[in-house]
Design a protein around this ligand. Structure first.
Ligand code: NAD
Length: 503
C-alpha cells in the first residue's frame, strides 16, 4: 500500500458530500479538510444545511418504525456484519484517522480495533437486554419491567476519536433498536464519510438504509437543529465541557435525555514503593500519546517527595528521545496537534505557565516544521496555579510533589473535571484509600496502570464537569432504551395497591 492508497480502498477519493440517509446529501457550504501532518488542503466536503437535516431526520424516524420491530438478536446479526467490515478495512481506516487528525498509525488502528470490539460486544448484548421480574404485593398479579427502543439518537462526536466514539454509541444503540444521526467534528469529516460508506455497504443490501445516518455540518447550521429537535429523545455528546454546558442545557430545556462525555484533567499519584519502570511507561503513553489529545490523557503527576527527583530525571531523559513527526511513519511516537488553533492554545498555555511561575523542565516550544507540531512539555507546578485546573488539549504534563497520600488525594480531587485517575503503589492500604468513598472522585480509578487506554467492557465516563455520562460496557446500554414497568392481573378480582379499599 503506498502512502495514500487507503483513500481508494475506502472509496473516498471523489467523495465530496457530507450527509447520508438513503443517498448522499450536502447542499450547504464547502468545508476545507486540512491534514495536520503537513498543513495542506486534502479535500473539500459539501456540508449539510437545514433541508438536508430535515430529509435525514424524516428518513430516520420512518425507518425506526421498522427497525424497532426487528428482533434484537437479528439486529445483532447486522452489527456482526459491521464488525466484520471494520475488520476488513482496519488498516486503511486506521491510516485515514492518522492522516486526518494526526494520531500515529498504531493508535489509528487501535481506534478501529475499539470499533470492532464494541461491535462484537453489542452482538452478545443483543441477546442480553434483560429486564427484572418483581413480586407483586397483590395475589395473582405479575410485575416485571421491559426495555423498549428509544427512537432517534443524535450522536455528536469530538475530533480526537473520530471513529471510536461514534461506534461506542452506534453499535449499542443499534442493538437496542434505535436509529441514529451522527454529527461528527468538522475537523474529521473524511473519517466519518469513510465509516458511513462501510455502513452503507453492509446495511443497504439488507434493507436498513437510514438506520445509521451522517450529518456533516457546523454546530451552528445543523448541530443546534439536532440538539433542539424533540424528535430526538437522546443526544449523546462528546466534547469539551463548554460544549456540554450548551448542549446539556438545551436538551434539558426540552426535557430530553442527554449523555455527556466531556473534558478531563486526569492525574496519576505515585507512591514511594512503586515500580519506576511501570511509571515511566504509563506516564509516557498517558501524557504524550495522541499528542496529549485524549480525554483521558495524563495531565497531572503527583510524585511522592522521596522519589520525585529520580522520576523527573528519568522522565526528562525519556522525553528527549521521543520521535516527533509524520504519524504515518512507523518510528514516530508523537504526531501533530489537530490544527493551528490547538497550537495556539498550547502557546497560550505556555505563556500562562510562565506568568504563573511554573518551571518548564522540558519542551515548551512549537516545532519549526510544516504541520502542527509542538514539543511534549514537562512543567514543575503547584495547585495554586490556575492553568493546572484547565484541560489544555496538548502534551503538557504538570508535576507536583507531595508527602502524604491524603494531601495528594485532596489536591487530585480539587479540580472541576472528574474523568480518569490512577495510583501506582504495591501498598494495600494506599490502594484501598484511593479507591474508597473518600478517595478518587473520578469515573475511572486505576491501580498500577495509567489514566488512558480504557477497555470497552467497563462503563466509560466521568463525574463533575466531565458530565456524568457512561458509554460502552456494563449496563450503559440502558440509556439508549426506555424502561416500562408492567403489572398483569390474572385474578378475578381488582385489588388495589397499598390495600386501599375504594367504593
Ligand atoms: P468540541 O467541544 O470543540 O466539539 C465536540 C463536538 O461538539 C463537535 O462535533 C462540535 O461540532 C460539536 N458542538 C460544539 N458546540 C455545539 C453546539 N452548540 N451544538 C451542537 N454541537 C456542538 O470538542 P473537540 O475539540 O472536538 O474535542 C476535544 C474535547 O472532547 C476535549 O475536551 C476532550 O476531553 C473531550 N472528549 C471527551 C471524551 C469523553 O469520553 N469524556 C472523549 C473524547 C473527547
Amino acid at each position: 500500500m503506498t502512502k495514500l492508497d487507503f483513500l481508494s480502498e475506502l472509496g473516498i477519493e471523489d467523495m465530496n458530500l457530507g450527509g447520508y440517509s438513503d443517498n448522499w446529501l450536502g447542499s450547504g457550504d464547502d468545508l476545507d479538510c486540512i491534514t495536520p501532518v503537513d498543513g495542506t488542503l486534502i479535500a473539500k466536503v459539501k456540508q449539510c444545511n437545514s433541508d438536508d437535516y430535515e430529509n435525514i431526520l424524516q428518513k430516520s424516524t420512518d425507518i425506526f418504525k421498522k427497525w424497532r420491530m426487528e428482533p434484537a438478536p437479528k439486529r445483532g446479526e447486522v452489527v456482526r456484519n459491521l464488525a466484520n467490515a471494520f475488520r476488513e478495512h482496519k488498516t486503511a481506516l486506521g491510516k485515514l484517522i492518522s492522516w486526518e487528525m494526526g494520531k500515529i498509525q498504531a493508535e489509528g488502528e487501535g481506534e478501529v480495533q475499539e470499533m470492532i470490539d464494541i461491535a462484537d460486544y453489542a452482538v452478545g448484548l443483543s441477546r442480553q437486554l434483560y429486564g427484572k421480574t418483581m413480586h407483586s404485593e397483590r395475589p395473582n398479579h405479575r410485575m416485571y419491567e421491559q426495555w423498549h427502543p428509544l427512537g432517534a439518537v443524535g450522536i455528536v462526536t469530538a475530533f480526537n476519536f473520530p471513529g471510536a466514539v461514534w461506534a461506542w454509541n452506534a453499535m449499542i444503540a443499534a442493538v437496542c433498536g434505535d436509529v441514529m444521526v451522527w454529527k461528527p467534528s468538522s475537523k474529521t469529516p473524511l473519517t466519518a464519510i469513510a465509516i458511513q460508506k462501510i455502513v452503507n455497504d453492509v446495511m443497504t443490501p439488507l434493507g436498513w438504509d437510514g438506520v445509521m445516518s451522517l450529518l456533516v455540518g457546523s454546530s451552528r447550521d445543523v448541530g443546534e437543529l439536532l440538539v433542539n429537535d424533540r424528535r430526538m429523545p437522546l443526544i449523546s455528546a462528546t466534547g469539551s465541557c463548554n460544549m456540554g454546558r450548551k448542549i446539556g442545557g438545551a436538551v434539558a430545556k426540552r426535557l430530553g435525555r442527554s449523555l455527556l462525555e466531556l473534558g478531563g484533567n486526569n492525574a496519576i499519584i505515585v507512591m514511594p514503593d512503586s515500580d519506576p519502570e511501570l511509571i515511566l511507561r504509563a506516564v509516557l503513553f498517558g501524557a504524550v500519546g495522541t499528542s496529549g489529545q485524549r480525554c483521558t490523557s495524563t495531565r497531572r503527576l503527583f510524585l511522592h517527595k522521596s522519589i520525585s527527583s529520580s522520576i523527573i530525571e528519568k522522565l526528562i531523559a525519556s522525553y528527549s528521545q521521543i520521535k516527533i513527526g509524520d504519524p504515518l511513519n512507523s518510528d514516530t511516537l508523537v504526531g501533530p496537534l489537530v490544527d493551528g488553533k490547538a497550537v495556539q492554545d498550547y502557546v497560550d498555555a505556555i505563556e500562562i505557565i510562565k506568568k504563573e511561575k511554573g518551571k518548564i523542565l522540558y519542551g515548551g516550544n512549537v516545532m519549526q516544521m510544516d504541520g502542527f507540531y509542538v514539543e511534549p512539555t514537562l512543567v514543575k507546578a503547584n495547585m495554586g496555579m490556575n492553568i493546572v485546573r484547565e484541560e489544555t488539549f496538548a502534551p503538557i504534563l504538570y508535576l507536583f510533589e507531595f508527602e502524604d497520600l491524603n494531601e495528594a488525594i485532596e489536591a487530585h480531587n480539587s479540580v472541576d473535571q472528574g474523568l480518569s485517575s490512577s495510583i501506582f503503589t504495591k501498598d494495600m492500604q494506599s490502594v484501598e484509600k484511593f479507591l474508597s468513598h473518600s478517595g478518587s472522585d473520578c469515573g475511572i480509578a486505576n491501580v498500577n496502570i495509567g489514566t488512558s487506554g480504557a477497555e470497552i467492557g467497563g462503563a466509560f465516563g466521568g463525574e463533575k464537569d466531565t458530565g456524568g455520562g457512561r458509554e460502552a460496557g456494563s449496563d450503559s446500554w440502558k440509556v439508549y432504551m426506555r424502561r416500562q414497568t408492567n403489572t398483569l392481573n390474572w385474578s378475578d378480582d381488582l385489588p388495589l395497591a397499598q390495600g386501599i379499599e375504594f367504593g
